[in-house]
Design a protein around this ligand. Structure first.
Ligand code: AKG
Length: 362
């Protein structure tokens, strides 16, 4: 579907940077801001180099950044050996607090900005278009307040063939759209009438920022390049008075504790900084991430007899695989390279969207 697509470029909001009203108005109208070189390349270089070093240590890429092995996909067991180390990088978390980003968000929310600590990095192997992040809205995954803004930044140049994000301008006015199970990060896909809406995307450079409202429909373009990894970060922000879902205060994928992540850091001001704030912490509502398929078939996956939405992470039990084929291929359900036999004992590590990460407990 995406192979021969052409895109209108983003409207660059860089000329509006001195004008907070114009920034706010553009976001309200379009649901996104593209700001070229919001972060100077030198400010993202350190994080990129650290992530590349971890990928090299793991035998994923060589010293010139070329792939050394078959793709590893987000959510696979081996992917976590790299991702857990990335989550521990101080520079990766520090970049989320960059004043250039915070100033833009402040222009939008008009109050002190709260930087979510649940920061995300993406490492996308070349030639993995089949696993590109499907069209979705962040709100159902993040929750808290709809006035949450995602900032997506490539750490290395990301031309169209390496798979930057694409945006549907104005789609934040559609409300919450029904979502279906799909391959790729988040595991959920919304349907939009392509004839009516116009996707925008373009070559992005390291340090360019795409900032969008939590209801704005966006997706990743496939990484079709033969040799380039796509390395990017996605950070989230909101006004400090707005409600925030409790799991936005936990590390992404919930595998490490903050204590483990913060071990050896120099800066203390960006550790546990939310604990002294009077935040309006609300529960995450699992029904919002229930795909349409699951609404029609309660026991799509889960501990036998329970629905996906009711299983808390770290639960132990047996999985029943009513829709096993679809889940394994389409949702990235995995326990490493081996399929899990029906009703095998497993421990659920995390549930993000429709992706369930489990490990065997034999
Ligand atoms: O980088 C990706 O593939 C997904 C990013 C995304 O969907 C987001 O930042 O909300």
């Amino acid at each position: 579907m995406v192979s021969n697509e052409t895109f209108l470029p983003f409207d660059d909001a860089r000329p509006l940077l001195h004008d907070a009203d114009a920034i706010k108005e553009r976001m309200e109208h379009e649901g996104y801001l593209f700001i070229s070189q919001l972060l100077p390349e030198k400010d993202v270089r350190e994080v990129k180099a650290a992530i590349q070093q971890i990928c090299q240590d793991a035998g994923w890429m060589d010293e010139s950044g070329l792939p050394k092995r078959e793709p590893v996909l987000e959510g696979q067991t081996e992917w976590f050996t790299v991702y857990d180390r990335v989550q521990c990088l101080e520079a990766f978390h520090a970049l989320a607090h960059h004043p250039n980003i915070v100033q833009v968000i402040e222009a939008i929310v008009r109050e002190p900005v709260f930087v979510h600590p649940r920061n995300i990095a993406r490492i996308v192997f070349p030639e993995t278009g089949y696993y590109a992040t499907p069209p979705h809205q962040d709100y159902v995954l993040i929750q808290g307040t709809m006035e949450t803004y995602t900032v997506w930044i490539p750490l290395a140049d990301c031309p169209l063939e390496v798979g930057p994000l694409a945006i549907l301008p104005g789609s934040h006015k559609l409300g919450i759209l029904p979502a279906h199970l799909a391959a790729g990060a988040g595991g959920l896909s919304v349907e939009v009438d392509d004839g009516k809406w116009e996707w925008r995307s373009q070559d992005m450079r390291a340090g360019d920022a795409l900032i969008f409202h939590s209801l704005t429909v966006h997706r990743a373009l496939p990484n079709k390049s033969k040799s380039s990894f796509r390395i990017s970060v996605d950070y989230r922000y909101q006004g400090i008075s707005q409600p925030i879902a409790e799991n936005s205060l936990l590390p992404h994928y919930g595998r490490l504790s903050w204590e483990q992540i913060y071990s050896g850091w120099k800066r203390t001001d960006i550790q546990y900084y939310w604990r002294n704030l009077n935040l309006r912490i609300v529960q995450h509502d699992p029904s919002l991430i229930m795909p349409e398929e699951a609404k029609h078939k309660e026991e799509i996956v889960g501990l036998t007899g329970k629905s996906l939405s009711t299983i808390p992470p770290k639960t132990t039990g047996a999985i029943s695989f009513q829709w096993r084929g679809a889940l394994r291929t389409a949702v990235g359900f995995n326990n490493g390279d081996k399929p899990i036999p029906e009703n095998a004992p497993v421990r659920i590590l995390d549930i993000t969207g429709a992706i369930v990460v489990v490990e065997s407990v034999n």
